[in-house]
Ligand binder design. Sequence first.
Ligand code: SF4
Length: 282
Amino acid sequence: MVMIKKANPVGFCWGVRRAINIAEDALKNKTKIYSFGPIIHNPLVVKELQSKGLEVIKDADQALDGRILIRSHGIHPSIREKIRAKKIKILDATCPFVKRSHRIVNNLKREGFYIIIAGEANHPEVAALAEAAGKNKRIVINSKQMKRLNLKNKEVALLAQSTLTKSLFEEITQSLRDKNPSKLKVFDTICSDVAKRQYEAARLSKTVDLMFVIGGKVSANTKRLAELCKKEGVKTYHIETEKEIKDEWFKGAKSVGIISGSSTPRWIVDRVIIRIRRNVTI
Ligand code: SF4
């Protein structure tokens, strides 16, 4: 029998749970609800909400009536304005932690800081923050990307995508300090739930033969958890559901670690555990 070690926490984070509750409550009232992009990066959950009437749109013009739900990642200020101009009601499910990052960016912009956002340029959270920051900004995903950046005599501020790893943020912070800006403000905007999961991923990886990281294949925080596990040298599988699991993966494994991204529901984690317990013969 393989030993299963489960991380704490698993399942939805607080911000995702909140966004889904907002969507489900609204859908109960039978009003037409549009979600600006998939509400979370988990196809199974999105499919379930679509079956209850949620429609995923890419452009505000696709919403004819009803209400538009803003997902936990937040939204570009220009898109928010466009929705307002169309006089369509907004259901704002932006995670309060992401809202805090927007407040920080707005203040820094007002104060004239050069803003550096550490994160993935194509992630919706970062793209929205970047637009809010205006022209005086740069997005970087590692310290190498700052090589040619001249920050001498500049007042600079740094903040992070909520799902960035602590180690990467520290690396970027250090290389920023090395550039001797005249003033430097650092805002650690990494979400505490994400940081806890990253810590657990590294801790568990040291104690098991195999790691299962459960979550959407495009989910940034789930991908980072898988990277962290691999970095520890443990055999790691990033899966969305229990259906992907193959018996041969367990050959020689005595212990398995389980961790999930913050947009993975608890019931998928439970199904993975049942799949491991019931169906695996080693
Ligand atoms: S991971 Fe953190 S920042 Fe992102 S939605 Fe969850 S609680 Fe909010």
